[in-house]
Design a protein around this ligand. Structure first.
Ligand code: FAD
Length: 467
């Protein structure tokens, strides 16, 4: 029987990054993946393909502004969805191939098959052809990720009543896409098809979209997306989603108790994701699950069995690729006797719409609820020369700082390139910068990043320079 120091079950961003760090630290490492491609949800049906389609559809949408820039496009420009999806798949294949390269480069043994526990140190790998193999591992890291969840009364037929996985490979642009759930995934994929010509309606139970983020971001994103033609039904509770031939009929109840009916040709159910542990036989290793079906872990990501750890979407916390990666590195370093640390408050959240939405730290709502006295400074992108030069003037940066100490407590931004701009805020907060610190740093001109400096100036004695 093959023996390993560390075996990782699942090759998503949590699993494969952890495997690399384990190998770097000198552990004999194996990774088990049930699919033939490595990279998990993120690379295959999540972050990467959705960003590929967002990029393609963004190019198409930008064509509408070419005339403003003095560029004349002769004739009709059409979308070839098949080609667009093929390109997305090529990006996915290349990225997944890159992960395989990294496994080989780091001498990590890759097993294809479903990993399941026989005991706390023995793992069975069941291959596609039904054959199986046993391996021994001193330590195991569970990184089995998550799957899309649904509502009990919705029958996902994966043809017209679909999840994000199917939405990434549609054969036609929907005429009317009804999205159930106004979270990040629903809004991103909604914008893809909106740009390609679909009518898009979003039904959300809460009173706003991207409900976990600062209310001001939600408000601004709603305004921009409405301007682009997306329709919103917030504070609406979905009652039923039924297929009727090629139509999908969605019924939802509004706050007044009235029922509205939306008829589309596709409905995307994006109501969140659930931790995935099927086939793992965690109980055989004494690994406990929480009531929500997550693997129960302590602050060191150790499960109820001391030599087994769990990371990423399958444990508590934000379901984000970079959170899974940090946890993968943390566990590898703990196993090597180091004392790593993750500040979960500083894991940024991003929505890759255009304008992009990004945030780190506490929202205004959270600070109010916690009774923390804070000051806020905002700066609109439209006041920046660079934003005007490019024509990307929507959005703002908002900085929240402690009223007494001036320490930055949260940074919330919506606008062009915010997915990248947020890194400055994470760095500043990691070093416990004050708003004054950011305000006094030189930011290249003309850049979008100047909005962060100006927001910091606004947060410290209201001294923004360009408003
Ligand atoms: P996963 O990536 O889910 O990987 C788990 C792997 O384990 C899978 O490959 C699975 O096949 C395998 N597995 C499961 N059970 C077994 C078993 N018993 N044996 C062997 N293998 C097994 N996050 C971001 O940070 N940024 C984004 O832009 C972003 N966009 C997203 C867009 C979409 C449409 C979706 C669906 C998700 C997106 N996410 C994004 C979330 C991100 O994909 C997840 O947070 C991330 O993939 C979690 O990583 P993970 O390693 O925990 O698990």
């Amino acid at each position: 029987m093959s023996q390993f120091d560390v075996t990782i079950i699942g090759s998503g961003p949590g699993g494969y990054v952890s495997a690399i760090r384990c190998a770097q630290l000198g552990f004999k490492t194996a990774i088990i993946e049930k699919y033939s491609t490595l990279g998990g949800t993120c690379l295959n049906v999540g972050c990467i393909p959705s960003k590929a389609l967002l990029a393609s559809s963004h190019h198409f949408e930008e064509l509408q502004h070419f005339a403003d820039h003095g560029i004349e496009v002769p004739g009709d420009v059409k979308v070839n969805l098949t080609k667009m999806i093929e390109r997305k798949q090529a990006v996915v294949d290349q990225t997944s191939g890159g992960v395989k390269f990294l496994m080989d480069k780091n001498n990590i043994t890759v097993f294809e098959g479903v990993g399941s526990f026989e005991s706390a140190t023995t793992i069975k790998i069941t291959k596609k052809d039904g054959s199986s193999e046993l391996i021994e591992s001193k330590n195991t890291i569970i990184a089995t990720g998550s799957k899309p969840s649904s509502l009990p009364f919705i029958k996902l037929d994966k043809e017209r009543i679909i999840t994000s996985t199917e939405a990434l490979k549609l054969k036609e642009v929907p005429k009317h896409l009804v999205i159930i759930g106004g979270g990040v995934i629903g809004i991103e994929l909604g914008q893809v098809y909106l740009r390609l010509g679909a009518q898009v309606s979003v039904v959300e139970f809460m009173d706003r979209i991207i409900p976990g983020m600062d209310g001001a971001l939600s408000k601004e994103l709603t305004k921009v997306l409405k301007k682009q033609g997306m329709k919103f039904y917030t504070s609406h509770k979905v009652q039923s989603v039924e297929r009727n031939g090629n139509a999908v009929v969605v019924k939802a109840e509004n706050a007044k108790g009235e029922i509205i009916t939306l008829e589309g040709d596709y409905s995307l159910v994006s109501v969140g994701r659930r931790p995935y542990t099927e086939g793992l036989q965690a109980e055989k290793a004494g690994v406990k699950l929480t009531e929500r079906g997550q693997i129960e872990v302590n602050e060191h990501l150790q499960t109820s069995t001391s030599n087994i750890y769990a990371i990423g979407d399958v444990v508590r916390g934000a379901m984000l690729a970079h959170k899974a990666e940090e946890e993968g590195v943390l566990v590898a370093e703990i196993l090597a006797g180091q004392k790593p640390h993750i500040d979960y408050n500083l894991i940024p959240g991003v929505v890759y719409t255009w304008p992009e939405v990004a945030a780190v730290g506490k929202t205004e709502e959270q600070l109010k609820e916690a009774g923390i006295a804070y000051k806020a400074g905002s700066f609109p992108f439209r006041a920046l020369g660079r934003a005007r030069a490019g024509g990307d003037i929507d959005g703002f940066v908002k900085i929240l700082a402690d009223a007494k100490t001036d320490e930055v407590l949260g940074v919330h931004m919506i606008g062009a390139r915010c997915a990248d701009l947020i890194a400055e805020a994470v760095t500043a907060m990691e070093f416990r910068a004050s708003a004054e610190d950011i305000a006094r740093m030189s930011h290249a001109h003309p850049t979008f990043a100047e909005a962060t400096k100006e927001a910091a100036l606004a947060a410290t004695a209201n001294r923004a320079l360009h408003v």
